[in-house]
Design a protein. Sequence first.
Length: 292
Amino acid sequence: MNSEIEFLFEFVGNMKYWRIETWSLIVAAVALMQPWIVSWLKVGKVEIYETGLPEIGYSSYGATIGLYGTLRSHERDLFIRSADLEVTRLSDNSSRKFDWIAFRPLTTIVGRVLSELEVTLPSGFMLLTSQPHQYNIMFSDPVLREEIQTILRIVQDKWLATLKASSTISELVSKPQEPEKLRILLAQAAQPVFSAFARTPDYASAESALRSLAFWDQGTYKITLRVQIATPDRAYKKSWIIELSEADKEGLALNSSKILQELCTESLVPHYFAFPQYRPDNLATKLAMSRK
């Protein structure tokens, strides 16, 4: 420690012998480095702009929320590491965390959806100051999703056992057929089998369990989007208030039967989605107090 202090005093003492050229070089170097120093000192900021309406759903992925909008970076380019949601039901202050599970296309389909939409798995990305980033992200409750998948795995095993026990299905599989023709014949033969399977106690029990897991209820919810950046490690948040009606609650709960139907028939079954209006977050406290 003493040697370091002695070196510092010696260095400062020698500065009086520096030539004007040395000082000029230092000043020029500082001037050249200034933009990089200033840029390095800026921590940056992410602004979140919502677009359209939030999409509230209930499916085999559990309770889901689809959000659309734009992210904008200020002062420096930033790396978006992840994004998640905190959803609070204001009637009882119960909260659940939703993880991002898919990036969906930015285009919109007008009319009836006849096929599955292609999505990509979520991953980190750069947010440039020169180019705002449009997002269309699907979020899902991981705890609820795992509970639902456990129920669906049991139903799927029983459904496959039912299909194997069907003489009609066994006869079709035993005969040589063109793959596409066989697929059509199996789908047609499976319809009456499914109708009978849907009347079994096991099926009714699974549907009841899925309905009881439906998170969405009539009332007011606070949704907080948290965008996590890296270097520096910090998060930016924005909150909204949404209101679900009794019709929304019933429509989302009825998706329970559609989840099972989609699993067994391996076909797309239209689900119910709620599209509530965004409301400013400052209404949350007033709404909560009005219910006391």
